[in-house]
Design a protein around this ligand. Structure first.
Ligand code: NAD
Ligand code: MG
Length: 394
């Protein structure tokens, strides 16, 4: 992108979420450089209507039918297309006018619309890591086939992408993904049974949507990021390590064959990786708090504790198992997280529910997209009935 370029046309899948609203914040700082095409949401049409009035996109797509019907009464003067359902999201994602599609829906719901953007050959700013967890092999194959581009928005993967610029692939020996450790980094095992949703929703360094915040507390988010790295950068699981770094200043590191390690650093704000995906391969000025290392004082590191945080181990296991395993783990995790937030499952039972679901599902070595959609649905159903059984025995 250059300053004299025509504005880039941007569609945001999941505009009303944490990443979606931060993307709108970035775009609104230099409105001449961008044109908003579609904004999409699931049910939060009041927020979407506010966004429409404020940012004036060309069109909207709303997943939920009742919310879609309500949108008209909220924005009676809106003359652009108002698309509905997953088909509507896919139409918005695939629209030929898109230059960049920001994939910021949460969980498996992003898989089919993001694939529509890939099949249209678009540049995709990918926040929705669950797409690569559930269908990484399919996505990377489709990206190659359709000439699409995946640019990471996840801060760790944005860091890695920045560290490998100009480097030969064969010179890379290891990725070191940093993790804050979440709110329970120092909580003793005995106290894990007292963890409530309110405690788990209090992340020390980042303000994010509820689902990823719980995933950060179990370290499943970090496990998913290992899987995401495997697919985004075509690297073996054995070459992706995780280190706990509570200050969240180093966003990740890349080690090279000569022992040299590059780190990408900055204050913990998603505005930087979001903007980088929008301006890639260039940078643009961004008004964020400067990094004051002397004020921060110390950057510290710890090994992850796989006993207290079994979800991280499960993620490595399903990555090694390949095929449908990670899709099943993702679906079971979504059920477990929703149940934990609804106070129907203790925090300590989240990994158990995922493992039991994995044990109850047949392994499919090379699932198609239709298979992945069916496997996700079946895994959710299994996880839900296991959950009911668990609550009867609890
Ligand atoms: P969020 O819950 O704040 O927002 C989710 C968005 O997706 C909303 O716009 C919602 O309307 C939409 N959505 C939810 N379910 C949907 C469905 N079934 N159909 C259609 N739309 C649906 O989530 P978030 O924190 O912004 O996270 C979005 C994605 O980005 C996740 O995959 C997350 O892992 C990833 N991510 C988030 C952050 C962060 O700082 N929030 C950082 C890195 C990666
Ligand atoms: Mg991350």
């Amino acid at each position: 992108m250059t300053s004299s370029a025509t504005p880039r046309t941007i569609t945001i899948l999941g505009a009303t979420g944490s990443i979606g609203t931060q993307t709108l914040d970035v775009l609104s700082r230099t409105p001449d450089l961008y044109r908003l095409h579609f904004l999409t949401c699931n049910t939060r049409v009041d927020d979407l209507a506010d966004q429409v009035r404020r940012y004036r996109p060309y069109g909207v797509a709303i997943r939920d039918q009742a919310a879609w019907q309500r949108f008209r009464s909220l924005c009676p003067d809106f003359t652009g297309p108002v698309l509905c359902g997953e088909e509507g999201l896919c139409e918005a994602a695939a629209d030929a006018a898109n230059d960049v599609v920001i994939s910021a829906m949460v969980g498996f719901s992003g898989v089919v619309p993001t694939m529509a953007a890939v099949e249209a050959g678009h540049v995709i700013g990918l926040a929705n890591k669950e797409t690569l967890v559930s269908a990484g092999a399919l996505f990377t194959a489709a990206v190659t086939k359709h000439g699409a581009t995946l640019l990471a928005i996840d801060s760790e993967h944005s860091a890695i992408a920045q560290c490998i610029i100009g480097e030969r692939r064969s010179d890379i020996s290891r990725f070191i993904i940093t993790a804050s450790g979440g709110p329970f980094r120092t909580t003793p095992t005995e106290a894990f049974s007292t963890i409530t949703p309110a405690m788990a929703l209090r992340h020390p360094n980042w303000s994010m949507g509820a689902k990823i915040t719980i995933d950060s507390a179990t370290l499943m988010n970090k496990g998913f990021e290992v899987i995401e790295a495997r697919w985004l950068f075509d690297i073996a699981a054995s070459c992706v390590d995780v280190v706990i770094h509570p200050q969240s200043i180093i966003h990740s590191m890349v080690e090279f064959v000569d022992g040299s390690v590059k780190a990408q650093m900055g204050m913990p704000t998603m505005l930087v990786p979001i903007q980088y995906a929008l301006t890639y391969p260039q940078r643009a000025a961004l008004d964020v708090p400067p990094m004051d290392l002397a004020a921060i004082g110390q950057l510290t590191f710890e090994r992850p504790d796989y006993d207290r945080f079994p979800c991280l181990r499960i993620a490595y296991d399903v990555l090694r198992a390949e095929g449908s395993a990670a899709c099943v783990a993702n679906a079971a995790n979504e059920v477990a997280v929703a149940a934990f937030l609804a106070q129907r499952l203790p925090f300590t039972h989240i990994p158990a529910l995922i493992e039991q679901t994995l044990n109850n599902m047949e392994h499919v070595p090379y699932p198609s997209l239709a298979d992945v959609v069916a496997i996700d649905a079946e895994a959710r159903a299994r996880a839900s009935s296991l959950l009911t059984a668990m609550s009867h025995t609890a």
